[in-house]
Design a protein around this ligand. Structure first.
Ligand code: CA
Length: 229
C-alpha cells in the first residue's frame, strides 16, 4: 500500500518509514505540513500518517483541509498530546485513529494494518459513509449502491472501482491510478482488466439511463460525473 508520512522530526520519520517499508509498504515522506498537504492533494495514497505538531501547517489543519475537499484517505494522527480533549479534537478533524507519542513501532504497524483493512475510510458521522453523484449513491458502511433509489448489486472489485471513481468525481482518473488503488500496482498497465471491469460497472450503473455517469477519456482513463465537460 502507498502511505504518506508527514513528520518534521527526521529521526522519527526515518524510523517509521523504515518500519513501514520493511513490511512491504511504499512510503513517501514529507518533512513539513506544506509539502504534506501538497502531496496529499495531488497524489493518491491508501493511508496518511500525520504528525500533529508541524511548523506552519499542522497535522489537523492538513486533515481539515483534505476532508473539506472531499479527500477521505484514512488518516492516523501522531501526537505527543495525550489528553482526551486533544484526541477528540483529532478525531473530529477527520482522523481515523490517533496514536500518542512515544509509541512502539509494533503498535503503529498494527494500527496501520487495521486502517488499511477497513473497507473504506470511516470518517465519523453518516455524511462520511455516503458518496453521491447525481442520483447515484454508494454507502461505504452498508456496502450498498443505489441509482435513482434502486439497489444495484456489484461485485467487490466493481464496488471498489466505483468507490474510487466517486471519491474522485469530476476528475479524470487514469488507468494507472485505478491499478494502484483498486488492484495491485504489479499489474502491467497495458492489461485490459480495468476496461473490462469498467465496462461491467457501466452496464450496471448506466445501462438504460438517460444520463450516463461513467465517461471514457480517450487514451487517458475515466471520469465519473453528470456530463462531459
Ligand atoms: Ca512534530
Amino acid at each position: 500500500m502507498r502511505i504518506l508520512l508527514v513528520e518534521d522530526e527526521t529521526h522519527t520519520a526515518e524510523f517509521v518509514a523504515r518500519g513501514l517499508r520493511e513490511v512491504g509498504h511504499r512510503v513517501d515522506v514529507a518533512g513539513s505540513g506544506r509539502d504534506g498537504l501538497f502531496l496529499a492533494t495531488t497524489e493518491t495514497f491508501d493511508l496518511l500518517i500525520l504528525d500533529r505538531m508541524l511548523p506552519v501547517v499542522d497535522g489537523l489543519t492538513i486533515l481539515r483541509t483534505l476532508r473539506a475537499s472531499q479527500i477521505h484517505t484514512p488518516a492516523l494522527v501522531l501526537s505527543a498530546l495525550a489528553e482526551v480533549d486533544q484526541r477528540v479534537e483529532g478525531l473530529k478533524a477527520g482522523a481515523d485513529d490517533y496514536l500518542v507519542k512515544p509509541f512502539a513501532l509494533v503498535e503503529l504497524l498494527a494500527r496501520v494494518e487495521a486502517l488499511l483493512r477497513r473497507p473504506a475510510s470511516s470518517s465519523t458521522g453518516t455524511e462520511g459513509t455516503l458518496l453521491r453523484v447525481a442520483d447515484l449513491e454508494l454507502d461505504r458502511l452498508e456496502r450498498t449502491v443505489r441509482r435513482g433509489g434502486e439497489r444495484i448489486e456489484l461485485k467487490p472489485r466493481e464496488f471498489q472501482l466505483l468507490e474510487y471513481l466517486l471519491r474522485h468525481a469530476g476528475q479524470v482518473v487514469t488507468r494507472t491510478m485505478l491499478l494502484e488503488a483498486v488492484w495491485d500496482y504489479h499489474f502491467d498497465p497495458r492489461t485490459n482488466v480495468i476496461d473490462v471491469h469498467v465496462s461491467n460497472l457501466r452496464a450496471k450503473i448506466d445501462r438504460g439511463n438517460t444520463m450516463p455517469l461513467i465517461h471514457t477519456v480517450r487514451g487517458v482513463g475515466y471520469r465519473l460525473g453528470p456530463a462531459d465537460g
